[in-house]
Design a protein around this ligand. Structure first.
Ligand code: MG
Length: 161
């Protein structure tokens, strides 16, 4: 079995009166993430990790933020398409580990819903996906609540034909 690893990172600005979509879940908060799509940093980091593992470019290559097709799009659709793309190349998902970094709100109460939602979108088991959350100890742009980031690593397996 040929294992391949991929890494993904994403960051978005936070602004008042925007929705905060994270891991496919709408998290109630006074601020939300700004972006061309629904600005879901966790999903975007996962997409980049999967695409990176398959050496298939990045999320911007496949879903350009200059295209009207992806304006305001639900990032779960991008994740679904990413999974279809890597499966189409003969890969299966091993496991994915992620960390979201944001100062507020506390997202721990929403993590299990994120895992269930993303698991369903990707067609994987719950123990194949991990979502962790940290603050930046009030340091930098994340600490000032100006933005948030997410990191993801993914292992994919190349089917032997
Ligand atoms: Mg993004």
């Amino acid at each position: 079995m040929n294992y391949r690893i991929g890494f993904g990172f994403d960051t978005h600005r936070l602004e008042e009166w925007k929705e905060l979509w994270l891991g496919g879940v709408l998290v109630p908060h006074s601020k939300g993430a700004v972006g061309h799509s629904d600005a879901d940093v966790l999903i975007h980091a996962i997409c980049d990790a999967l695409l990176g593992a398959a050496a298939l470019g990045d999320i911007g290559t496949h879903f350009p933020d200059t295209s009207d097709e992806f304006k305001g799009i639900d990032s779960k659709i991008l994740l679904q398409r990413t999974c279809a793309l890597i499966r189409g190349k003969g890969y299966t998902i091993g496991n994915i580990d992620t960390t979201v970094v944001l100062q507020a709100p506390k997202i721990t109460p929403y993590v299990s819903e994120m895992v269930i939602t993303l698991r369903d979108v990707m067609g994987i088991s719950q123990n194949q996906l991990s979502v962790k959350a940290k603050t930046s100890e009030k340091l930098g742009f994340i600490g000032r609540e100006e933005g948030l980031s997410a990191y993801a690593v993914a292992i994919i397996l190349e089917s032997e034909i």
